[in-house]
Ligand binder design. Structure first.
Ligand code: GLY
Length: 371
């Protein structure tokens, strides 16, 4: 188990990650002062699987009221309507400013729950208990909260750091295979953006990782958590370095928006986005052919990505311009210079982006065939 401290503009918080972390939840909650109620926000699916173990931890700790508010955790439900539903649930339950929200679930629960915590009564305390790989290695750390609009991904939100994060890999045991693979794309991302050793490990051990081998999972999760904590501590508000976490996300978010958040899981869209960003890195002479091939092989090694051929290249390119990192209507790309080294804020000519989007499905297929 590791305890990593993340610094943010509103104070530091701990990320407790690893086997046995869930056992620390009660004690960490007990350290919060003057708590009226604890509201667990989760989805019916997640709560059905891990509600009993979380309830047990919470029941052992205090006398304040506890209540669970459950909502749909599909990406297509990560919207303002869910925020309203949850906030009204809190209001009807009489939640006051001294309450604590404990978000138990994947990225959608964390992002919606976090945004509710940031805005309900102008801010109540928040704790993250991530239950998916994507949330444990990425979305629960760093204070980003928010929801999607039909016009684009995560366009409404707030930076709102939690009191602490408890990430226990035991909670991943019941994660469906597709969700697990979706999280692995984010793990691949950490290798490309700054950790060549992690990337090589994935190249050599993908079969073991896909079997969810305990030692392999502990090793990769610990590395990703340390990387995320370090990046967001240096650049909480994404004014520079934090943008590297968006490798694969410019196109990924466009694909999610184009498919109305219904066809692909977030990590799958990032998988496609990393293939696109890798091709752009090669086409702009940043990355060698061999390294580009390695990245595409590892992405494809995670599993078969859902087809995206039905989305027009022009539409995808147009959507990349609505990305949060765009400036003056131009998308700003994160491109690889090497495995473990990326540049951010890169402007790429439209014609190149269009050809890469058109080539992506075929090139991804070829790399898989050779791999
Ligand atoms: N998931 C990207 C970030 O937290 O900045």
């Amino acid at each position: 188990m590791q305890r990593i401290v993340v610094r943010s503009s509103s104070g530091s918080y701990a990320v407790v990650s690893g086997s046995g972390a869930l056992g620390r939840l009660g004690e960490l909650l007990s350290r919060l002062r003057d708590v009226s109620d604890v509201f667990v926000l989760s989805s019916p699916r997640v709560w059905g699987k891990c509600g009993a173990s979380i309830e047990k931890v919470l029941a052992a700790r205090g006398r304040e009221r506890r209540r669970a508010i459950l909502f749909d955790d599909a990406e297509s439900a990560k919207n303002i309507r869910s925020v309203e539903t949850v906030a009204r649930g809190l209001a009807r339950a009489g939640a006051d400013r001294r309450c604590v929200i404990v978000a138990v679930g994947g990225g959608v629960v964390g992002d919606v729950g976090g945004f509710v915590a940031a805005t309900y009564l102008r801010g109540v305390r928040l704790v993250h208990v991530p239950t998916t790989l994507v949330a444990q290695v990425d979305s629960a750390i760093g204070g980003k909260t928010g929801v999607n609009l039909p016009e684009g991904k995560n366009l409404v939100g707030a930076f709102y750091p939690p009191e602490f994060v408890v990430a226990d890999p035991a909670l991943l045991g019941t994660l469906p295979d597709r969700q697990f693979r979706s999280g692995l794309y984010e793990v691949v991302k950490y290798g490309v953006i700054g950790d060549a050793a992690l990337f090589s490990y994935l190249e050599r051990n993908m079969a073991k990782v896909l079997r969810r081998d305990g030692a392999a999972m502990r090793w990769i999760i610990a590395r990703c958590v340390r990387a995320k904590a370090s990046i967001v501590t240096k650049d909480e508000r994404e004014s520079g370095l934090r943008q590297i976490l968006n490798f694969g996300h410019t196109l990924g978010h466009a694909i999610e928006t184009a498919t109305r958040y219904r066809k692909l899981l977030h990590g799958e869209a990032v998988g496609w986005g990393m293939i696109g960003a890798t091709l752009l890195s090669y086409a702009t002479d940043r990355l060698s052919f061999g390294e580009a091939q390695r990245i595409i092989r590892v992405v494809r090694g995670v599993g078969k990505l859902p087809e995206i051929g039905e989305i027009s290249a022009a539409r995808l390119m147009q959507l990349t311009r609505g990305d949060k990192k765009s400036r003056g209507g131009r998308a700003r790309w994160v491109l690889a210079r090497d495995i473990g080294d990326v540049a951010w804020g890169v402007d790429v000519p439209d014609a190149l982006v269009l050809s890469v989007i058109r080539a992506m499905p075929e090139i991804a297929g070829l790399a898989r065939g050779r791999g």
